[in-house]
Design a protein around this ligand. Structure first.
Ligand SMILES: [Cu+2]
Length: 149
């Protein structure tokens, strides 16, 4: 009876602490992510082409285990990563895609956005094969662009 109880506790602990999707993959030291063609304060017209840059690491499709690689995520008009809608820390678990958080899990390095006129914020976050941000994180600062008609 007692043995079964202990085994159950061990099993539960194992599930809670499984490292499979927690953010413990370290990036290549010095790796930097950047917008190739956009800067904070830019005024642009829609559609907006966005070119993703990464130095010091390579780009690989999601799910591909290759050291020193990851894939781009673009955050549009949303706050920096923090607690997600599910209450999970977004930095520690796989990023959840939405209209405001787009995965480029095919290894894409650019996109074109249709954005309404006005101010918009953009941020890039580099993620590992499981869509988890690296630890320490590789990301850009949040930039604000203005889209004119
Ligand atoms: Cu992803």
């Amino acid at each position: 009876m007692k043995k079964t109880f202990i085994a159950a506790i061990v099993a539960c602990t194992a599930i809670v602490s499984t490292p499979a999707f927690s953010g413990d993959i370290a990036p290549v030291p010095g790796a930097q992510q950047y917008f190739i063609n956009l800067s904070d304060g830019d005024t642009v017209t829609s559609p907006v082409k966005v070119l993703f840059g990464i130095s010091g690491m390579g780009v690989a499709p999601a799910g591909v285990e290759k050291e020193g690689t990851g894939h781009h995520h673009l955050l549009i008009d949303r706050p920096a990563l923090g607690k997600g809608e599910d209450g999970m820390e977004e930095y520690d678990y796989g990023l959840v895609g939405s209209d405001n958080l787009i995965h480029y899990g095919g290894g894409q390095t650019e996109t074109t956005l249709e954005l309404p006129a006005g101010e918009h914020t953009l941020q890039l976050v580099f993620g590992d094969l499981n869509h988890v941000p690296f630890e320490p994180t590789v990301e850009t600062s949040i930039i604000t662009i203005t889209v004119t008609e």
